[in-house]
Design a protein around this ligand. Structure first.
Ligand SMILES: C[C@H](O)[C@H](O)[C@@H](O)C(=O)CO
Ligand SMILES: [Mn+2]
Length: 424
């Protein structure tokens, strides 16, 4: 028997009855799950390489994506085509997240401090046509002036100045994006600054970092429409011993300056999860940006899966009714598999985890807890795992007009044959 429209509807109606026993309104959860925006990162299309035209001989190390699967996007048109193909297979409201290295300068060398909104006009036109919002990221890596792994905290004032100017340029671009789309643009600030081995001075780089950010976020700076977030990290390649922008540093910076905080799922100790941080932060911070990622033994940025830790993150947001202060963005990159499939697997997993959170009988769980009925709380947490979630997920996909189940794989295969394989 083929699993068509009739079966999907029948299973959905049965699922609704089961969830209703726990007081869950499945129709409402499904509609809401489709509406929560997920910002898809453009850098999965090309392994975080970007489209900058560089001066000959000048390059800088960047973020490492491993693998050499054919079909990497080589320019803006290819990147946008790949995103469009992926979005056609993913349910729910998407945004697209751009890094500054994805500027299109028509072959001219334009350094990062001189970037202008016009270099992102193709992205803005495309986003309007697609009906998606854009988010933005300054790029403080993959550049000769960050070759030593330092940018906004650099001891050389001229280099710091360069990166502050890049930041100003990026705020102008974020503002232009916000105007173009008639709504806010999340601007996320991540810098690699740190040291490979034990630092003798952990203080000065942090002092300089504060100075640089204060220069960027100073009052009167015209960045209307930008929602800024600062992203912490525990360690990176080449910054194993010390990262200036640590969790405590940014938590305090964000709080004291009124900017948002970004929590990346891969930026903490290898077994540390971020779900317990959400309430602790949001009881003080204005807004949180979540970088959904999948660390494996380290900050490896594997394609996100529908895993327990992902589910716990959205469960926390839903349990705290905090969706209006939480922004969801993706941050993973795998160059060893078909990149469109990476988006589809990862983003469908994110949407599934959001739906799962919205289907939780949270009022009942909280009631048990408040009444000290902790065995029943635990029992219900176990029961909810085997409620007929798949039937609701299938209906969500059908409603969104995207393939139900694994039918998306055939479409990815066709795109690989017709498009990806033609790329040199
Ligand atoms: C490309 C992103 O800005 C980058 O991955 C950053 O968000 C990060 O997580 C670095 O580890
Ligand atoms: Mn990140």
């Amino acid at each position: 028997m083929s699993y068509g429209e009739t079966e999907i509807r029948k299973m959905y109606e049965m699922a609704k009855e089961r969830y209703a026993e726990y007081g869950v309104d499945v129709d409402a959860a499904l509609e809401r799950a489709l509406e929560i925006p997920v910002s898809m990162h453009c850098w999965q299309t090309d392994d975080v390489v970007g489209f900058e035209t560089k001066e000959e001989g000048l390059d800088g190390g960047g973020i490492m994506a491993t693998g050499g699967y054919p079909g990497r996007a080589r320019n803006g048109d290819e990147s946008r085509a790949d995103l469009e193909q992926a979005m056609a297979l993913i349910p729910g409201k998407a945004r697209v997240n751009i890094h500054a290295i994805y500027a299109e300068t028509g072959g001219r060398v334009v350094d990062r401090d001189a970037l202008e909104p016009e270099h992102f006009s193709a992205w803005m036109d495309w986003a309007r046509a697609q009906g998606v919002g854009l988010d933005f990221n300054p790029t403080f890596f993959g550049h000769p002036k960050a070759d030593d792994g330092l940018s906004l905290s650099h001891p050389d004032p001229a280099i710091r100045r360069f990166w502050v100017d890049h930041g100003h340029a990026c705020r102008k671009i974020g503002k232009a994006m916000a105007e173009s789309q008639g709504g806010p643009c999340c601007v996320n600030w991540w810098i690699p600054d740190g040291t490979k081995d034990y630092a003798a001075d952990r203080w000065s780089p942090r002092e300089r970092l504060i100075e640089s950010y204060d220069a960027l976020f100073k009052a009167g700076d015209d960045s209307a429409g930008c929602l800024d977030f600062v992203e912490s990290k525990l360690f990176g390649i080449g910054s194993e011993a010390y990262v200036a922008g640590s969790a405590e540093f940014y938590s305090n910076y964000a709080l004291s300056r009124g900017v948002g905080l970004c929590l990346d799922m891969g930026h903490f100790h290898p077994t540390e999860e971020i779900y317990d941080k959400i309430s602790s932060q949001l009881l003080f911070q204005q807004n949180l940006l979540l970088h959904v990622s999948r660390p494996m033994r380290w900050d490896s940025d594997h394609v996100v899966l529908f895993s327990d830790d992902l589910q716990r993150v959205f469960q926390e947001v839903q349990r705290g009714s905090a969706w209006d202060r939480v922004f969801v963005a993706e941050d993973f990159f795998d160059a060893s598999i078909n990149r469109i499939a990476a988006y589809v697997i990862g983003t469908r997993a994110v949407r599934k985890a959001i739906l799962m959170a919205l289907l939780e009988p949270v009022d009942q769980l909280k009631a048990f807890e408040n009444e000290g009925r902790c065995a029943e709380r635990l029992g219900l947490m176990e029961e909810e795992k085997t409620l007929p979630f798949a039937a609701v997920w299938d209906m969500l996909c059908a409603r969104a007009g995207v393939p139900v189940g694994g039918a998306w794989m055939e479409r990815v295969r066709e795109y690989e044959q017709e498009v990806l394989k033609t790329r040199g």
